[in-house]
Design a protein around this ligand. Sequence first.
Ligand SMILES: *Cc1c(COP(=O)(O)O)cnc(C)c1O
Length: 401
Amino acid sequence: MIWYPYAQMKTLDAPIEIASAKGVHLYTKDGHDLIDSVSSWWSVIHGYNHPEINEAIKQQIDKFSHVMLGGLTHEPVQRLSDKLASWLPGDLDYCFFSDSGSVAVEVALKMALQFNTNRGSKRDTILALEHAYHGDTFKAMEVGDDEDYHFAFGSSNEKKRGVVHIPTEMQALENAFEQYGERLTCFIVEPLLQGAGGMRMYDVSFLERARELCDEYDVLLIFDEVATGLGRTGNRFVADLVLPDIIVLGKALTGGYIGHAATVANKRVWEGFYSDDPTHALMHGPTFMGNALACSAALKSIELFERENYLDKIKNIEQITRREMQGFADERIKEVRIMGGCVCIEVYDAAVLEGFKRFAFERGVFSRTFLKYMYAMVPYVINEQELVHILDTMKAWFKAG
Ligand SMILES: *Cc1c(COP(=O)(O)O)cnc(C)c1O
């Protein structure tokens, strides 16, 4: 029996069985052709079955698929680490690889906490955002503020000892640093776009001020760009606008081919561990870190992103989306939000979205709403006609009902 994600198995709708996929299309076992509006949890940015990524993996698989990084190393992981170091802004140059975004967030938090203990600091508090989602492992749940996902693990108070959550408001930010500044190890945020917490968007000025306050109070700034990295907000990385001390990448890193993630630190963080004292080492080592197939896919994914001018593609997606959503409103809709390759329709009442998945399926679109949010995060290779069809389907739901 398969245990499916975020689902009561007793009442689960049968999942749609996929037989093959190509570009932005999912082909079901019983012959349906669906345009994918979700990019398999926002990761498949180049579309499915991409010939060049396929080829890159095939070439590597004939050499070897995996060797551990404990005592061994190899060219794909070295090339990916070099590429990330030169591609990421500033001195975000020190790459720790892991197999999923949640683990990479754990590593980032571990880095921040140990950075402080290594220098003999007694700081013990983490600053995070309301409505944050950072993954499903335990520390990631603590810094997350996502009762809708993690309600089974106790009230927020017992779960969140040592974590302070604030809204994305300037005054709350100022107050938090004034009140807790001397005790903070780090401030972790999903920059500009909070994904699983409801596609919430906020202004870069909040991050600019956060950077200043982190400098003033000697606090590490962590950007969880697992969802936003590689273009989703219309920026390559939000880190191109405001530089964090640690960035976390996942999801689209391998073009959605293989689960892999990276926690990339700046020089200052690196130097907080670099010492003659063995107890100052970063004690973490996922079995599949730096997997050679994942690294090969990631290298090709980044090459495509640069070579094919993905930022222009994403700008185009945003322009078409704004054009199509212009003037669209309904009394059941609280807000329509658009940023880069993300559009979200938030409704007042989650019941309004019941049945939409089926409605979209019948119109050749795969969509997965959650809570009060209907959204699209399309593969960047989508063409105008396909994108308009997704947006028309979303709008048609409100016109129909
Ligand atoms: C998806 C996500 C994660 C968790 O990544 P997994 O690979 O699912 O563990 C962490 N942070 C953010 C912002 C995410 O969107």
